[in-house]
Ligand binder design. Sequence first.
Ligand code: NI
Length: 180
Amino acid sequence: MALREILTFPSPALKKKAVDVKNIDAAVNQLANDMVETMYAAPGVGLAAPQVGVPERMIVLDVNTEEPGKDLVKLINPVIVEKHGTVVWEEGCLSVLEYTADVKRSAEILVRAWTPDQDEIEIEADGLLSVALQHEIDHLDGKLFIDRLSALKRDLYKRKLKKILRDGGPDPDTERNTCI
Ligand code: NI
């Protein structure tokens, strides 16, 4: 396994729509394992392949920070097939430095996907898992959570980021556990 570099806004790679994985082969398994290692090292609870510069539809998630690994999922070509209700959740993202904001999403979803073992599975999700799945699938469509905010809020963030970068970059001690 190997750590991969996590790209951050405004990297153009984060705006590209990812393509379906055609073959679940050794390279796909390697990528999944690298993404898991990179996610835990960050640390974060979710990571999508475009965040490490690979424009393919794969995500990894582990929202159980108490027992890492127990609820780990690696999903290939995930699709939301049902959604119900709405929820507002404060989101952060490993690709959006030093920022969190409330985002409105579906409360409960049903996701269909493939695993690295070539099984087709369905996941019913609510709470953080639901939010994280929608956030990661957005990454596959070239969308960040800040794209779901008002133009005003997004603009304020862009100015804040410029200032952070001008002042020598993000604070390494910032809590990133909830980044998805
Ligand atoms: Ni993210």
